[in-house]
Write a protein that binds this ligand. Sequence first.
Ligand SMILES: *Cc1c(COP(=O)(O)O)cnc(C)c1O
Length: 350
Amino acid sequence: MNIDVSKLVRKNVLALSPYTSARGEFTGNAKILLDANENAFGSPLAENYHRYPDPMQTGLKEKLADLSGLTATQICIGNGSDELIDLLIRIFCVPAQDEIIVCPPTFRMYDVAAGLNDVAVKRILLTEDFQPNANVILQETTSGTKILFLCSPNNPTGNDLDYDTMQELLSSFPGIIVIDEAYISYSNQPSFLPLVSEHNNLVVLQTLSKAWGLAALRVGIAYANEEIIGLMNRIRMPYNVNGVSQSLASLALNNRSATAAWIAEIKSERARVQEKLPLFSFVIRVYPSAANFLLVKVTDAKALYQHLVSCGIIVRNQSTQPMLANCLRMTIGTPDENNTLLQALNRFES
Ligand SMILES: *Cc1c(COP(=O)(O)O)cnc(C)c1O
């Protein structure tokens, strides 16, 4: 769908003239930088970090453009996707007036970011097979419903959201649709990235925290049309992605083969663990997964969680999420780690 995005934007955001940083104003070649009050001597470290980083993250965006098939102007990089979720809510949702729609059980950050901004959250549960209920979503949408958050593959259920249902929503939801693809590398379903150029209300979120193995660097990516990216650039902090993260992430993106090999290995380990888990008597159900984790329904999640802690293994108890009573989320680790998990489960059985 193509909508009038500017009509959805908060008035104060449209009126804002962004802070321009010293290093952001200047382009070209300079020998002497006396514009940003840095320490010109250097840093008390083996390497120098005394210059502010590129506020437009040009080098990293070029790598991501190449990887995604989109252009640098369709990319906004955040200090993790968490920052991008917050930015999107702040661009479109007037506090104490507008709302977002989320589809639990899902990633909790959408809820948290909305709450922080005093934005109401309409929760429309996934269906029993963990799919978005498109009819109810559209029925419940009002003029104050600014953003619909979908997560595919969904955390913590692990499944892909149905591609056709998401397409249906894309052609009928009158607000911004955010599709969070943090786990897309582990899925066999295609990404929505190619649709960013067709739908001006679509934002696809990806991250370097999972498959790329760079969680410590905090690099999240929003792909959207130029208008939304322009708004995100307008309100984000000028140096939101630090220089170390920019340069290390750029280097890492050159090494695609290591990441591809890990993805393949995690998928095969996922299949192996998925096959073993139902053999335990306390496992009620192992849900199908298109991500790097398994959601497992057990007889007593709390007891099993405590047992695993006592074995030095931490999983995530998801029991407080709707529809997920007695469910644990287990990340797929290395083969050794997965074996240790299976042994610990064996001990719980006996
Ligand atoms: C882990 C995860 C992210 C990544 O967040 P970062 O802030 O980029 O580390 C985003 N969305 C979902 C659903 C996740 O599970």
